[in-house]
Design a protein around this ligand. Structure first.
Ligand code: PGA
Length: 256
């Protein structure tokens, strides 16, 4: 593991979610209490759902002024209508944005939540706009990541370049298969492309928090922690080049 990587192993998914939410909450409030904006890079998928629930609870105190709190998503399927229940826009609205805004109206998701548009006719232009948006907000302070069974982060599939930026990608067969669970296992219904932040974009975040839960992640996490230098076949291994990374795993994912 890299010099500055810290690893926490929690008993189960609940404990992982609570620990991760507290970690994120401390970073957000430390910045906001100093009148600094905070940009949180957010992930979708099953893993961070519990984190978002706990985090909404922690941020529900209306004395916390969230008007300078922003979220930027890692990715969105392409093409994908914003109103489609499978879109990551709807995921964010359901699991984090709307509950947070209800609990603390100083957060307005339509203004402060950013996600690539899966509806655009010009995805290449959308990628450039997205990078620019992140830059205008001063960059990502903390990026939350899950990990794919093939080691992807965001939709940066094996073979992605460490200098890649936000771009249109083709999903790997492993990812299409893993995510088809949201399409009643009907692979033909799954989008085959996405817009994703690049590895280079992710690696510019000030700090990174990677979460992994469950037996299905044990094999990839074992491979990841055994590496001492990045390997292009395992995109998450480029995190070894980042100075501030924390892994929070549950016992099942850690294989201990
Ligand atoms: P998951 O997805 O949280 O649903 O396991 C993680 C990922 O594919 O990055």
């Amino acid at each position: 593991m890299g010099r500055f990587v810290s690893k926490h192993i929690e008993a189960d998914y609940e404990a992982l979610s609570e620990e991760a939410a507290l970690f994120v909450y401390k970073r957000i409030t430390a910045a906001l209490n100093n009148s600094k904006p905070f940009v949180l890079g957010v992930a979708t998928g099953s893993t961070p759902i519990g984190l978002y629930q706990y985090l909404v609870h922690l941020l529900a105190d209306r004395r916390i002024d969230l008007s300078k709190f922003y979220t930027v998503n890692l990715d969105e399927y392409y093409p994908m209508k914003q109103t489609d229940s499978h879109s990551y826009y709807q995921y964010m609205k359901f699991h984090f944005w709307e509950p947070l805004q209800k609990a603390n109206p100083t957060f307005e998701y339509e203004v402060q939540g950013f996600i690539p548009s899966g509806e655009t006719d010009n995805p290449e232009a959308e990628c450039l706009v997205y990078e620019e948006r992140i830059k205008q907000r001063g960059g990502i302070d903390l990026q939350i990541l899950g990990i794919g069974v093939n080691g992807h982060i965001g939709f940066n599939e094996p073979g992605s370049s460490p200098s890649s930026r936000t771009r249109v990608v083709t999903l790997s067969p492993e990812t299409v298969s893993a995510n088809s669970r949201f399409y009643k296992d009907d692979i033909s219904q799954m989008p085959k492309k996405a817009i994703t932040m690049g590895l280079g974009t992710i690696l510019e975040a000030g700090e990174i928090l990677l979460l992994a839960s469950g037996k299905s992640k044990e094999s990839i996490m074992r491979k990841l922690v055994a590496l001492d230098k990045p390997d292009q076949s395992l995109p998450a291994s480029y995190l070894l080049q980042h100075p501030r990374v924390t892994y929070i795993l549950d016992i099942d994912a850690s294989g201990t």
